[in-house]
Write a protein that binds this ligand. Structure first.
Ligand code: ADP
Length: 320
């Protein structure tokens, strides 16, 4: 393999730039050429493709977002789109592509591999919802950002003896919520995987906590659960405790990546290049059980991941 393409696809995540930088420089150090494909599969189909040199990725390791931009590309879900994608690769001499993104992006990579282009996926999502890996690029930064924001809300909630509902990201996965629940010492964590929440129970718990002298009550709500603002209104009406909802939103996606995100993303970027150079294709880089490793994409997409019951229950036990 002589020329490697790299793209970011789906939702962006802090640390993607560190991965891009690693891909470019590891490839160059192995005597390969690199082409950056902008705006994910959209840019591949539109031939938005640029040569990348070592200097093109200088001064980006500390930056959030992705210098290659990202997009969602409905056309790539069709066979014609995938064929055109493979044609574009051939036209530009790209023999292997590294796709940084989530499960959807890996499905795209799988289709491209079926069209004869070698592909390697790198898990990039703040949601941590990729089954084959214990680490995804961006989660560490996002969860730290959320944790710091929640600390600030807690200060003022305690001063005013308020109940706070803080909505964090994770439409289908409650990892950010669960981790913040533990890291911020929240009284309640509502996540899609454990959708057992009983509003009356929360109300009773708030009243009981108040009687015991607790000055605040923090509920962390994963995005997928429901409407935080109306929940706040109902809780305030039922408990008499002033209740405010804060939706953290897209701030969780941005910002300078943490040390862990920079180091792991760099390692995964280099690892993906090594796999392509070994002639591998249709694989996903992963960090599993304390080691960097890789899986067949078909296998990776068939795996299931579960929120740890143990940690969920620890969160409950520690919130008394
Ligand atoms: P993520 O990669 O974060 O899961 P998406 O699910 O939005 O994000 O997927 C990103 C892009 O990957 C889509 O816009 C589409 O171009 C491509 N993609 C997703 N699913 C498929 C599929 N089944 N077949 C081909 N391409 C897909």
């Amino acid at each position: 393999i002589q020329t490697i393409g790299v793209l970011t696809s789906g939702g962006d995540a802090p640390g993607m730039n560190a991965a891009i930088r690693a891909v470019v420089r590891q490839a160059i150090s192995k005597g390969k050429k690199v082409k950056g494909i902008r705006r994910g599969y959209t840019g591949l189909l539109a031939e938005d493709i640029v040569d990348m040199e070592a200097k093109d990725v200088s001064d980006i390791i500390q930056r959030g977002g992705t210098i290659l931009q990202t997009a969602r590309c409905p056309e790539f879900r069709t066979e014609e789109g995938q064929k055109l994608g493979a044609e574009m690769c051939r036209k530009h001499g790209i023999e292997g592509i590294i796709v940084i993104g989530g499960d959807g992006s890996f499905r795209g990579a799988q289709k491209l591999a079926a069209q004869g282009i070698n592909t390697i996926g790198i898990p990039g999502t703040i949601d941590l919802d990729i089954s084959c890996t214990d680490y995804t690029i961006g989660f560490d930064t996002a969860v730290n950002t959320a944790m710091e924001a929640i600390d600030k809300i807690r200060d003022t909630a305690s001063s005013h003896e308020r109940c706070s509902i803080i909505e964090v990201m994770g439409r289908d996965a409650g990892y950010i919520a669960l981790w913040c629940g533990l890291a911020n010492g929240a009284e309640q964590v509502l996540i899609p995987e454990k959708y057992d929440f009983d509003e009356q129970k929360i109300v009773n718990n708030i009243i009981a906590n108040r009687k015991r002298g607790k000055r605040h009550y923090i509920i962390i709500n994963a995005e997928g659960i429901g409407h935080s603002t109306s929940l706040a209104r109902r809780i305030e009406a039922a408990t008499g405790m002033e209740t405010r909802a804060t939706i953290l939103g897209h701030m969780q996606r941005g910002g300078s990546p943490t040390c862990k995100d920079r180091v792991y993303a760099s390692t995964m970027g280099a690892y993906a290049v090594d796999l392509l150079c070994e002639g591998k294709s249709n694989r996903v880089v992963a960090y599993k059980d304390g080691k960097f490793t890789d899986f067949d994409v078909d296998e990776a997409l068939a795996m299931e991941k579960q929120i740890s019951d143990y940690q969920f229950n620890v969160g409950k036990n520690l919130s008394i």
